[in-house]
Design a protein around this ligand. Structure first.
Ligand SMILES: Nc1ncnc2c1ncn2[C@@H]1O[C@H](COP(=O)(O)OP(=O)(O)O)[C@@H](O)[C@H]1O
Ligand SMILES: [Mg+2]
Length: 291
């Protein structure tokens, strides 16, 4: 299902390879800018917890980067720094080669999906999905077609009038994803969005997320506990260690998109999962040895 009506004209550029390509005048052109540059960003909470040692990480357009690592290694903290929900204690984060004040402009939109779908239980699905547009003051005549398109993209077009209480856990998460998609994001941040779901439902949502990321040419940073999910979804996996939180290793998953069951059932998938499993094991040994 292709649904490109929300893309602005400047998206009709060739796909980025994630590298900066200077224009004729020497300035970088928007589509080829790195989406995120995390430059020695560190986080120490006021209570003294050193959640993140300096982190350096650059993420290019159309990358799907998963963060994985033992509990407490700072995955959520890193994602919140990227969302500008937290300030780094030191270092800085650059979004599309600019500061956060430019985020929200066309081609530079960011959306966050949390593990808990956090829906308004009294409001129908369509009102829940429309919320970010209402908050931005978008007229209803303009927002409703966008809400319907977002619901269609997550397979919930027939549930617009249902209330959250009538939906399964997987469907609620789809509503939460539609609420992110309705803002037409370029950068999607997801913190263990499918962690509370059973494996069958999770695989189904993973399949849809792979398709959506591909069709919408999203850049995604995704936190997960599941090494299978990380391998299936990611173009790159960042393995973190704790005490203090840091990048331990990275694994590139050089498998064409969009992916499906053929990849999931391949020997290559099993091999990558084994590789990731041993890296995670080493990361947790490092984490225990720290502090
Ligand atoms: N608001 C906070 N205040 C103090 N410490 C925090 C806060 N949030 C997280 N931490 C601590 O920072 C570390 C990293 O937490 P977090 O980013 O939630 O890890 P993860 O998501 O990888 O499980 C943990 O030790 C956690 O207890
Ligand atoms: Mg977390």
């Amino acid at each position: 299902m292709r649904n490109a009506q929300w893309r602005s004209d400047d998206d009709e550029e060739p796909r980025s390879n994630g590298l900066t390509m200077p224009a004729a005048d020497g300035s970088p052109t928007l589509p080829d800018l790195p989406v995120l540059d995390i430059l020695s960003a560190e986080k120490i909470f006021p209570n003294g917890t050193r959640a993140l040692a300096p982190i350096d990480l650059s993420i290019g357009r159309n990358e799907f980067v998963s963060l994985i690592g033992p509990s407490g290694c700072g995955k959520s903290t890193l994602l919140k720094l990227v969302a500008n929900l937290y300030e780094p204690s030191d270092g800085r984060i650059v979004w599309w080669q600019s500061n956060f004040s430019r985020v929200g402009e066309p081609g530079r939109r960011l959306a966050f999906v949390f593990q808990d779908p956090t829906l308004m239980p009294w409001a129908p699905v369509e009102t829940n999905v429309r919320l970010p547009l209402d908050l931005a003051g978008t007229p209803k005549a303009e927002s409703m077609p966008r809400v319907q398109a977002a619901l269609a993209q997550v397979g919930l077009e027939r549930h617009a009038r249902h209330h959250p209480g009538q939906l399964s856990g997987g469907m609620k998460m789809r509503v939460s994803i539609a609420r992110a998609l309705v803002t037409d994001p370029d950068l999607l941040l997801m913190d263990e969005p499918f962690g509370a779901l059973d494996e069958f439902t999770r695989n189904k949502l993973d399949d849809d997320l792979v398709r959506l990321s591909w069709e919408r040419r999203l850049t995604t940073v995704f936190v997960t506990h599941s090494l299978y999910e990380a391998v299936f979804l990611s173009t790159r996996i960042v393995i973190m260690a704790a005490n203090p939180g840091r990048i331990f290793a990275q694994l590139t998953v050089d498998e064409p998109q969009p992916r499906g069951d053929a990849f999931r059932n391949s020997e290559r998938f099993a091999h990558l999962c084994r590789q990731l499993s041993s890296l995670l094991h080493a990361a947790s040994l490092e984490s225990a040895g720290g502090r």
